[in-house]
Design a protein around this ligand. Structure first.
Ligand code: C5P
Ligand code: MG
Length: 162
């Protein structure tokens, strides 16, 4: 069993008026547009969940929560993340730290950095200082979507010598 596993996840959603923009479980109230999605469209939590699965080579969230299923309509992404965390723990690993990058032209998100990092940390059982949150614009190249990229490092569960 490897002492560490690294995972990478990505997610993007189209932006449209009249939808909420939720990033890492935090609603961005001043966003003029939100994510079009089958679930709640939280691209941060989707990308984190995919990064967790990728670290233990379990595929991606679409296998566990198909976007063709009515059951998953408007699904709270925290449910998706909790399931992925359980799958990772069952394989003997826990998150050690996470780094995420949100690409979004508007609005500027700097004032929400602490809140997003705290929320993601809480959901993953990490300290605030173990969640890096960066923001980038697309420089106008992709103004109609939000994109998130995430790396995660897993360590073995303490006391698990399997
Ligand atoms: O994309 P660019 O490098 O021009 O972004 C400049 C800075 O603006 C970023 O380093 C980040 O601090 C901030 N930013 C932000 N919210 C965004 C996009 C960028 O706070 N949605
Ligand atoms: Mg998504």
């Amino acid at each position: 069993m490897l002492p560490y596993r690294i995972g990478f996840g990505e997610d993007a959603h189209r932006l449209e008026g009249g939808r909420p923009l939720i990033l890492g479980g935090v609603e961005i109230e001043d966003a003029p547009r939100g994510a079009v999605a089958h679930s709640d469209g939280d691209a941060v939590l989707h990308a984190v969940a995919d990064a967790l699965l990728s670290a233990v080579a379990l595929g991606d969230i679409g296998q566990y929560f198909p976007d063709t299923s009515e059951e998953n309509r408007d699904l709270d992404s925290r449910v998706i993340l909790a399931r992925c965390l359980t799958l990772v723990r069952e394989r003997g690993y826990v998150p050690a730290n996470v780094a995420l990058v949100v690409t979004l032209d508007r609005p500027k998100l700097g004032s929400r950095r602490t809140e997003i990092a705290r929320r993601v940390a809480e959901l993953l059982g990490l300290a605030f200082s173990e969640v890096g949150v960066s923001f980038k614009t697309s420089e106008g190249l992709a103004p109609d979507h939000v994109q998130v990229r995430v790396t995660v490092l897993l360590t073995r569960v303490q006391g698990d010598d399997a």
